[in-house]
Structure formats: C-alpha cells, structure tokens
Design a protein around this ligand. Sequence first.
Ligand code: ADE
Length: 236
Amino acid sequence: MRIDVVSIFPSYFDGLTLSLLGKARDSGILDLDVHDLRDWTSDRHRTVDDTPYGGGAGMVMKPEPWGLALDQLADSQSGSLSSSKGGPTIIFPSPAGEVFTQATARELATREHLIFGCGRYEGIDERVFEYAADLGEVRLISLGDYVLNGGEVAVMAMVEAIGRLIPGVVGNPESLVEESHEDGLLEYPSYTKPSVWRDREVPPILLSGNHGAIAGWRHEQQLERTRVRRPDLLSD
Ligand code: ADE
C-alpha cells in the first residue's frame, strides 16, 4: 500500500516511522511518504493561507498549493485503480466528516493508494474537495466529536489503525482478531505472571487448562465489559 500525507507540519509524523509501521515501511509492505504543502507554493513567503471571502474569523487554506499537491501525488500512481471510482482515496480529516471506526480502518486497509490532506486554520477552500473528487474517491473523516487544532493528530491515528491491518504488518494475525472492536465487543481482561500479586489473584479459570471454559469465560467478560462501558455498541 502507498500512503501520502500532505501537511504544513511534516515533522509531526516522525513518530510514525518508529516501531511497527517503521518496520512495515522498511520491508516495503507500506510505502509511506510525508510531504510539506509549502513545497507546492511559489511565493517568497511560501504562503498557504488567506482571509476568508465573506469575512469571519481566522484564515482559510488557499486552493492553489493543494491543487498542485494533489495533481502530483494522484498522478504518481497513475494506472492504480485502487478506490471504488478509480484513482486514489483522498482523505481529509475533519470534525465535520463521518466518524472513523474499526470498520473504516478495515475498508481503507484494502486500498492501494491513500492520500491524506491535513487542514489547519479554519479549513481548506471548499473547491479543493470538488477538484479532488475528479482525481479519486474523496472522504471527509472525523476522529470523534471534538475539535483538534488541525488534521495531523487525526491522520496519525488513522494511519496507525489502517497500517496495522495490512497483511504482514502485525507479526501474529491472531492478535488482530482478539482485539476490542474487531467483533463489535470490547476486549477481555488479560493477566500474566505472577499468579498472585499484592494479594490479588488471577481468575482461577485461566489456570485451569480447560480451553473451552476459558474461551467461554472470556466471551462473558467481553459482553459484561461492553454492557457496562459501551452499551451503545450492543444496541446497534
Ligand atoms: N481536525 C480538527 N478536528 C478534527 C477531528 N475531530 N477529526 C479529524 N480532523 C480534525
């Protein structure tokens, strides 16, 4: 999979190259590139924003650098018909978008080419989204119902959630199946040695060696935790 990220703060993403995703990148499973939007400006000040038409607070990101960035990055994989409508899937993180879930991560992990465009200030000139729709599939995606200062932190979370679902990135694929949200439930509790720690015992069933009973207990724990902590997941 190829992932391009465009941001005015590319160094935010240095952390993504650590650990798991760094290894996936080194082994060629994941081709991750982070680009500075200002590289597509042509004025002396490398300007990426301007005042909003119609007035109002804050600044809006100018369309020209975004247009040039998308032209170059969408083209860099010409011939890859990865999204449903052909061309890359172009994702703009936005608190006004669809909410990102494990199902979104699973869907996006099947794509060949993702482009993430990180907005800042009051957002990006609306015409950029219309233009991007001619190049590929456009998705506006929110990390949750709260407002961040820009898309960078949201994109880091999305890239990590998507990246670890690409076959070969997580060493033991079983660990992907037994996680919170994979089966619509929260994960069961885990314990390790010692069996007694500060007078607290590991649930005896886990020491029984009875694999069927352990699986049943874990499933009960998943249901109970989900009922208490996230009843909304059970009502869908
Ligand atoms: N940019 C600002 N807030 C955001 C959010 N909640 N999700 C995605 N991008 C954002």
